[in-house]
Design a protein around this ligand. Sequence first.
Ligand code: HEC
Length: 223
Amino acid sequence: MNRNRRNRPKNWTNWLRTKTFGLVALISVALITISACSSGPAPTATAEVGISPELVTDYIHTVLEADRTAYTKHVISRLTKLEGKEKPDGVVDAEATEAWKETGGVPLPAQMFRLGSEIALEADTFTYGLISSWNINDNQAPRNEFEKTAMKQVEETSEPYKDFQEIAGQRYYSALYPDVAVAEACVTCHNEHPVHKERYPDKVFVLGDVMGGVMINLPLGSS
Ligand code: HEC
């Protein structure tokens, strides 16, 4: 109490002067801080936010993979027939078959994936698709040098392969993600497929093999 009294200004002019000085000092500090912030290096709030192409392909791949898994798990696995074979745990009376259009069946996961990619093509933004060194569908072979190199690397490492490439003067950031035999059905259906047997009689897939890859191409503009 005494100490407070001692520190208190003697009269009101002194009191006012002290308060005014304090207020001016406070405002000055605030102004200096504001101007320092606005003239300094680009503040975070207004900085341009860029996403690396690598992250973009990772995001796209996550969605593609999620949709494919959901379709396999929640549609295909509930059907009573898979390519001519009865499925005892099936609850929906339908068959998933390559000839789905002709037989009134349901498309296989790889076909569903391709149907989606064909629709996405109409948006004219980026492209994606399945490829494999042991492709059943002719359109799903690794096409150019990039895809051939990428497919080999992915088969060897089971890791995604990502790089820039140029096709007809157009620059792309491209990424190939491994497509792995996660279920016995992947292995048996491919190994027993007539096209596979004819083209690759020595290739017998086993569980865990990289069977192909999901290719994503992001156009980056002309060079
Ligand atoms: C019931 C049969 C069947 C099952 C099960 C199946 N596939 Fe396929 N797969 C096919 C057929 C048929 C194609 C070619 C379809 C098309 O795109 O025209 C194909 C296409 C592919 C392709 C593209 C290259 C190619 O062969 O044309 C990859 C990669 C692939 N499948 C991987 C898998 C994986 C991984 C699984 C399991 C998660 C799987 N498949 C399950 C029949 C099957």
